[in-house]
Design a protein around this ligand. Structure first.
Ligand code: 2PG
Ligand code: MG
Length: 427
């Protein structure tokens, strides 16, 4: 018997940042080590994602997870009993085989990802090191550059504006700590500007300010002014990053901007977005076109991919095969890596590796429904990801992650650094 033999896999029903039930898993190993993780949940999900198992019916809008928790406590617990937590690939392969569906709908992506992450934490605990160190080894020293939301929109704000995430990236920050300092200043300045304009109405799902704007551009203008009001130089020190999440307002190459009551085809949306790139200090655009609009994504990347990062989220759903196809087709130049889109750490890692091998960007990302779980920060540092997206700079399900990055930076010590400027398309 090894110290890392799995003795018990326990599922538990806990609650996420939207007040919805979610799955927590605790993995107990033979020598006493324990790992724990909680599944997050998306709202603007790609159709190719691993499916969360939800109970349906009346209770909690159908979002309850008693069946997924049962799957952990019965099938998954039996399957993994005696397995070696040290072998993440074998654990994840066993989970995939046990599920047996193409979209993880039998056990549930929520049950599977929480189990997969809890196993990783248990193996790290058995080794007596944090997960980032176990994954990255003694040479791990790169902190991801934070991508932080200032205004929420789209599906996270009742579709008040079309664009989902208006974010900033502290492209000129010297280190992780400074990136957070600068972002905090921008967040505070944005709140003050919203208040003095009579537009402060609380926050959206990820903690960004509720977007009380008449146009999408008005949000961009406000963001630039907030960066300036924070005493920072837009573009040089703090740049703008957008998640258009276009699948939420269009399909088949036809888009409808609800806010401006405007219909656009694929070319029209591309023209509008490339126009924004001319006028605003934007360095990154996620899901500029819908997940089914590959031709549009290819055209957008051809037009803008030299200057800005073009991230595939709904289109790539953290799937290595899709990443490889997109690399061949030049349909974007970066992948968003959300472990729960894949359903296991091994699959999420494969998507990350496929992107990195091609010189693409890779942004490890949280979901709009989150918890105190900080696993993604450990993955980002352990894998050497250059960027991390966790929503805004408010609410503790977000701050838990930014703060975990500070602890990891401190543990790394003087060698801790952000990725080199040349690692980014804007570098
Ligand atoms: C996204 C995420 C995070 P959700 O689209 O990138 O902003 O949202 O978790 O709802 O998919
Ligand atoms: Mg997205």
């Amino acid at each position: 018997m090894t110290d890392t033999e799995i003795h018990d896999v326990r599922g538990r029903r806990v609650w996420d940042s939207r007040g919805r039930p979610t799955v927590e898993v605790e993995v107990h190993l033979s020598a006493g080590a324990v790992g724990r993780a909680i599944a997050p949940a998306g709202a603007s999900t790609g159709s190719g994602e691993a499916m969360d198992l939800r109970d349906g019916g009346e209770a909690f809008g159908g979002y309850d997870v008693r069946r997924a928790v049962n799957a952990v406590n019965s099938e998954i617990d039996s399957e993994l009993f005696g397995a070696d937590a040290d072998d993440q690939d074998a654990i994840d392969a066993a989970l995939i085989a046990l599920d047996g569906t193409p979209n993880k709908s039998k056990l549930g992506g929520n049950a599977m990802v929480a189990t997969s992450m809890a196993v990783a934490h248990a193996a790290a605990a058995a080794e007596g090191v944090p997960l980032w160190r176990r994954l990255g080894g003694i040479r791990a020293h790169t902190l991801p550059l934070p991508e932080i939301q200032i205004f929420g929109g789209g599906a996270h704000a009742g579709r008040r504006v079309d664009v989902q995430d208006f974010m900033v990236i502290a492209v000129g920050a010297a280190d992780y700590e400074e990136a957070l300092d600068w972002t905090a200043r921008v967040y505070i300045a944005a709140g003050e500007k919203m208040a003095s304009a009579g537009k402060l109405q609380g926050v959206a799902d990820e903690g960004g300010f509720w977007p009380v704007f008449d146009t999408n551009e008005a949000a961009l203008d406000m963001l630039v002014r907030a960066i300036e009001a924070a005493g920072l130089i837009p573009g040089d020190q703090v740049a703008i990053s957008l998640d258009i999440a276009a699948s939420e307002f269009g399909s088949g190459g036809q888009y409808r901007l609800g806010l401006e009551e405007r219909a656009l085809d694929s070319d029209g949306l591309t023209d509008m977005l490339t126009g924004w790139l001319e006028r605003y200090p934007i360095v990154s655009v996620e899901d500029p076109l819908g997940e089914d609009d590959e031709a549009g994504l290819i055209a957008f990347t051809a037009a803008a991919g030299e200057r800005v990062q073009v991230i595939g989220d709904d289109y790539l759903v953290t799937n290595a095969d899709r990443v490889r196809t997109a690399i061949e087709k030049r349909a974007c130049n970066a992948v968003l890596v959300k472990p729960n889109q894949a359903g296991t750490l091994t699959e999420a890692r494969a998507a990350f590796d496929a992107a990195m091998a091609a010189g693409w960007g890779a942004v490890v990302s949280a979901r709009s429904g989150e918890t105190e779980d900080v696993t993604i920060v450990h993955l980002a540092v352990g894998w050497g990801a250059y960027q991390l997206k966790v929503g805004s700079f408010a609410r503790s399900e977000r701050m838990a992650k930014w703060n975990e990055g500070l602890r990891i930076a401190e543990a790394i010590g003087k060698n801790a650094s952000l990725p080199p400027a040349g690692a980014f398309p804007w570098g």
